[in-house]
Write a protein that binds this ligand. Structure first.
Ligand SMILES: *[C@@H]1O[C@H](CO)[C@@H](O)[C@H](O)[C@H]1NC(C)=O
Ligand SMILES: *[C@@H]1O[C@H](CO)[C@@H](O)[C@H](O)[C@H]1NC(C)=O
Ligand SMILES: *[C@@H]1O[C@H](CO)[C@@H](O)[C@H](O)[C@H]1NC(C)=O
Length: 195
């Protein structure tokens, strides 16, 4: 019985080893993987502006109905990218209070998305109430994010990405507009450790 197990296991091990070698070779040549690896090469001095403790935290990309990933670059600029592996589009979405109030932070850049009085999106290193967005679930599986702090003539202003992947000024946004519709997408385990 023992002998049989051994004999069986050895080829299996060899096969696994071969598989591992094969997979690692594939990864080296794979452009996507290379892009992610680059993400980890950057310096890490922007760590830890974590003023908020606790709360439900999700690591997601927000993919817009206009087919862009929302990203916050290293300077705090908010924009869309079509690169599905761009590390600046990995977002930490934290529940701040009940009723679906969230703060959204770029995991790599450590900038929060904030909306100012004029409805412009900006990255902010320091969290305050202008960084709060209300998560609005729409009937079509999409989610919209409206500023909790600011409205324009009583109307909500939303995070949005135009067809060209640029944020729209808040007063031009509407809940019904496809540029305000996002689908949160899960990230890979390795991407969750970007910060
Ligand atoms: C946003 O992205 C567009 C297209 O990729 C680029 O031309 C523009 O410079 C970016 N803007 C900022 C503020 O990063
Ligand atoms: C709002 O943000 C935009 C973009 O960063 C900036 O140009 C503008 O001066 C800000 N306006 C106010 C009132 O803070
Ligand atoms: C939030 O912080 C910004 C500076 O980062 C400041 O201009 C603003 O007044 C603060 N409060 C609100 C509600 O925006």
């Amino acid at each position: 019985m023992r002998k049989w197990t051994l004999r069986w296991k050895l080829p299996e091990f060899a096969c696994k080893l071969w598989l591992v070698l094969l997979v690692s070779r594939v990864c080296v040549c794979d452009g996507d993987q290379a892009a992610v690896t680059d993400c980890f090469k950057h310096e890490r001095h922007t760590r830890n502006y974590d003023y908020m403790e606790g709360g439900d935290v999700r690591i997601r990309r927000l993919y817009s109905r206009t087919q862009w990933f929302l990203m916050i670059d290293e300077f705090g600029n908010i924009n869309g990218t079509q690169d599905p592996n761009n590390c600046y589009s990995v977002l930490e979405i934290r529940t701040v209070s009940e009723g679906g109030v969230l703060a959204i932070k770029g995991l790599k850049s450590q900038y929060y998305i904030s909306m100012n009085r004029t409805g412009m999106l900006q990255g902010k290193k320091d969290y305050n109430d202008s960084c709060n967005f209300k998560e609005v679930f729409l009937e079509n599986y999409y989610t919209a994010y409206s500023s909790v702090k600011w409205t324009k003539n009583g109307k909500e202003m939303f995070i949005s990405l135009s067809q060209k992947g640029r944020p729209l000024r808040g007063k031009k946004t509407r809940k019904e507009s496809i540029s305000s519709h996002f689908i949160p997408r899960k990230c890979r385990e390795d991407e969750k450790k970007l910060a």
